[in-house]
Design a protein around this ligand. Sequence first.
Ligand SMILES: [Zn+2]
Length: 322
Amino acid sequence: MSSDRASLATPSRRTLFSLAGVGLSAGLLAACGDSGTAGEADTPVVVTGCYPMEYLVAQVAGDAVSITQLAKPGADAHGVELSVQQTLEIQGAALVVQIPGLQTALDDAIASEDGDNVLDVSTVVTQLGSDGEDAHSHAEEEGEEEHDHEAGADDPHLWHDPVRMADIGDAIAERLGEVLPDSAGTFTENAATLRTTLEELDAELAEDFGAVDGSRTFITSHTAFGYLAERYDLRQVGITGVDPETEPSPSRLLELEQVVEDEGVSTIFFETTASPEVAQTLADNVGVEAAELDNLETQLREDADYPQVMRENAAALLESWA
Ligand SMILES: [Zn+2]
């Protein structure tokens, strides 16, 4: 795994480099020798906070960079905590791909350094508000308190929109081209190929979701799928808000039961990384199925990449409406 490679390389990158310097291939030295930064001739490190950004960097840069992925598979990406070593690695990285609002720890680490090594993706694509529910359900609960999550904060789960992903891929290619100018052309080409892949995925999802007759409402543990709902005209109802730590109130659960009844919802979706128990309990209480959606915050299966998981999620949603 790239993260293992990175963590091996990190603690003493300079030492490893000076020890291994003699043995490094002439090709690598030649590739980096002209940059005038002989001390940085080892592979540049790119830090990412969630799997989809890692996917983009890997597609754009291949082996030209070493990726440090902060969220470990199956962990809650929002709750990432950084070791001193990881904080140093962020400061020393060639590039840090940041989705503001996804991880407080990463946001704080970035705020405390004044480096120019950060790609803030909110400068590349527009972010949606964090409220995953639509106007309809809010009208119903008029007079009730807002949910616990931070009002007005942006929804960080933007990777569920393949077109936004393509735009971020282009931006990553541009930034990495500045880090490794000799490879800039390759990165641009790779990003174009990636865009084709993502736009094909988008067209396929648009067609599949567009063919649904009737309700396109789905209930899921935390509102990680707002961008999917926005792009394909679906209605996401979250058991909790964007923050998976929030517990639903009894009145919230009653509202959800009403949604199940009104919309003929057949399935309550849960995410392994966000309180699956709550979703399961709700499904049991209202007598419907529980099924899994993958929020893609981390890569749960090594053989399932971003486009594949997007297709699997779409298939699960379509089945719930069949
Ligand atoms: Zn999330």
